[in-house]
Design a protein around this ligand. Sequence first.
Ligand SMILES: C[S@@+](CC[C@H](N)C(=O)[O-])C[C@H]1O[C@@H](n2cnc3c(N)ncnc32)[C@H](O)[C@@H]1O
Length: 340
Amino acid sequence: MPSLNENFESERLRIYALQDGAIRAQALAFCLRTNMFERLANGPLTMEELGLAPRVAPALLAFLTNQGLAERDERGRFKSTPITEHFLVRSSPRFIGGRSLLFWGFHDQIGHLGDALESGSPISNKGQADLFGRFHADDHRWFAEGMLANAVTGSEFLLNAVDFSKFRRLLDVGGNSGGYTIELLKKHPTLEASIFDLEAVRPLAEERITQLELEKRCSFIAGSFFDDKLPTGHDVLLLANILHDWDTAECQHILGACRKAIQPEGTIIVIEPMLAENLTGPEHASVSGLTMALLGGENRTPSRISELLEDAGFIQTWKSTVGEQNSIVTASCPKGNSSC
Ligand SMILES: C[S@@+](CC[C@H](N)C(=O)[O-])C[C@H]1O[C@@H](n2cnc3c(N)ncnc32)[C@H](O)[C@@H]1O
């Protein structure tokens, strides 16, 4: 292992990057909001053609170029890079820019992380219910874009870990615009699915279901997992990035509703960022855990998720290895358990 002296300069700069993370995030969100990456992909463009004010353009372009998010050609014009075309241009199936817009949408709240860490309480005493309750139509769209980005890689991780060929009907609880459901339906042509989420999400989900001509195999059911019964008749329930939004009592409520709705011997699958059992990371899951600390949820270890499932009456829990971005815990509903 290199000594601190050898790494001193790079460690110092790494800490600088932690300190000015908010500036980096805001600059990236600005580029996404102004379709900068699409314009660079249609480039090359001069600084003037990019329409940026001359005082700020050099710093922004130097930042983007330094981060590998823009390239300067021999005539001094700027264009996109393979990285931006892959991840930051909206038409790419790997587009992850929605996350930036999502964070941009609650940048004011992010400023209160210190208060949440000091008090141990989220910034709103209603937790995430306040966040989702205050969303406007635009917020829902950004949020959906952010979640879709996440679902592309999350569903690959899920399909590698769990055999979906044995399932018939999926209920995607809090499924948003169907990021996970749609990937699962694409891979498993006999699977049918219901997406359960708040009424406000319906237009986004139905737009995608129609676009992909999945109306015969997929429907959207509006409701709240706190106030309404979950739809029945499903042998597999998916909770993707749901439990970590909520505190223990709220998770118990959601899992209780799942247990009532799932078919006997059905499978419940929890996929979300989880902390390593020994609390050494991973990086993404720990940072996402700080966001949850702010908003009212909690990133948990796989063992803690298993406990919550067992407390709700599920059995035979199985845990995946802890992944950088996603981990999975599955459980079964016991045969003959009248609650299931
Ligand atoms: C973090 S997102 C996860 C979306 C999706 N499962 C995914 O991973 O891509 C949480 C979802 O829960 C939904 N949600 C929030 N409160 C809800 C409630 N009370 N009942 C049902 N869904 C709710 C939100 O609208 C949002 O789609």
